[in-house]
Ligand binder design. Structure first.
Ligand code: NAD
Ligand code: IPM
Ligand code: MN
Length: 355
């Protein structure tokens, strides 16, 4: 029996609704496998916690989390009560950085039973590999100058180490997929970081002669996501470009509420963190309207990372069965609740047992 210690941080808003749904599915996956078990430890770290304690997590929060195998997180943010840069840098980004989760893997594909908003959706199946530790998300040297010529300065940081790491991971993934890597660049307009990004990409390409490659400016690339997403396999992108592309990836699947993500510590020195693409969705929180599929597909990514790929495939198939049966939340044009979608996924998953 392999038993995994998982730190669970539901966070804010719909995180508190979709995380319990995904834990039920993970419990069912463990039941099916027989040799797999989870021990959940829940942490209430969130904006509510901040309002009570003046910080998003305790000062020893990172060392507490380091004793776990993995972290399963919902979403963070109550922007009406706590400024986003405080809540996100105090919890989500803090954990990503301290746990050296330098790569964020975010797949998007046309699921069985779903209607993409694209007019003529081809059968796309892509994965964005997002740099997760630096880039445009940098605090170094940033500042606001007050006075008559008020201005804000925000620097971007691109190290060779982190850039090579994320690109190498993209190529490794492409080896087991369709064998193509696209680099998201913008070296026509951004004069230091993106030409550097292109140079590093060219260097990494030479180590993978069997993988075909292309480099596309992020503006054109975003348009291709809408016009012909089927041309992509693996896309490697900087932190901000990857962030934007992956909400778009969710949108072309049908809803950002179904898009999954994994913040990986590839070295497995510290826990990785599994957390969907979407946020805390304050506009629908507490109403049972949240689509749990993003969080449940994220749970599948955790199963994959732990080495349970077969069960992970069963979870994804159960999601697709549910969509095919028309059990959908409002964001997908249906009228099912969070718990009805979850129950349907559980039913389909448990039906697969022994089949
Ligand atoms: P959001 O992703 O929370 O919501 C954008 C839109 O998508 C909303 O209309 C929302 O209702 C809808 N949506 C999102 N997830 C859904 C789901 N599972 N089911 C149905 N509909 C869903 O983005 P936002 O509004 O920009 O951000 C809200 C808060 O979440 C902010 O505080 C933001 O900083 C934070 N945020 C957190 C994370 C994270 O913790 N990983 C990610 C993104 C945003
Ligand atoms: C995401 C989110 C975060 C990011 C925000 C909330 C800081 O949008 O995980 O995609 O930009 O990384
Ligand atoms: Mn985002």
């Amino acid at each position: 029996m392999n038993s995994y210690e998982i730190a669970v941080i539901p966070g804010d808003g719909i995180g508190k609704e979709v995380v319990p749904a995904a834990l039920k599915v993970l419990e069912a996956a463990a039941q099916i496998d027989g040799g797999l078990a989870f021990k959940w430890t829940k942490f209430p770290w969130s904006c509510e916690y901040y309002l009570e304690h003046g910080r998003m997590m305790p000062s020893d929060g990172i060392s507490t989390l380091r004793s776990f195998d993995q972290i399963f997180l919902g979403a963070v943010g109550m922007p009406d009560l706590v400024q986003d840069h405080i809540s996100l840098w105090g919890l989500l980004i803090h954990i990503r950085r301290e746990m050296k989760q330098a790569v964020n893997v975010r797949p998007a594909k046309l699921l069985r039973g779903l209607r993409s908003p694209l007019r003529e959706p081809k059968d796309f199946d892509l994965v964005v590999v997002r740099e997760n530790s630096e880039g445009e998300y940098s605090e170094i040297g940033g500042r606001i100058h007050r006075g008559p010529d008020e201005m804000a300065i925000q620097n971007a940081v691109f190290t060779r180490k982190a850039t090579e790491r994320v690109m190498n991971h993209a190529f490794e993934l492409a080896k087991d997929r369709k064998g193509h890597v696209t680099s998201a660049t913008k070296s026509n307009g951004i004069t230091y970081s993106m030409p550097f990004w292109d140079d590093v990409f060219k260097g990494v390409c030479t180590a993978y002669p069997d993988i075909s490659t292309s480099a596309i400016h992020i503006d054109a690339l975003a348009a291709f996501f809408v016009m012909k997403p089927q041309i992509f396999d693996v896309i490697v992108a900087s932190n901000l470009f990857g962030d934007i592309l992956t909400d778009l990836g969710g949108a072309i699947m049908g809803s950002i509420g179904i898009a999954p993500a994994a913040n990986l510590n590839l070295e497995r020195e510290y826990p990785s963190m599994f957390e969907p693409v979407h946020g805390s969705a304050p506009d629908i929180a507490g109403k049972g309207l949240a689509n749990p599929i993003g969080q449940i597909w994220t749970a599948k990514m955790m199963l994959d990372f732990l080495g349970y790929k077969e069960i992970g495939e069963l979870v994804l198939a159960a999601i697709e069965d549910t969509l095919e049966a028309g059990v959908k939340t409002r964001d997908l044009g249906g009228n099912a609740t969070t718990s009805e979608v979850t129950q349907s996924i559980l039913d389909h998953l448990l039906n697969k047992q022994g089949s």
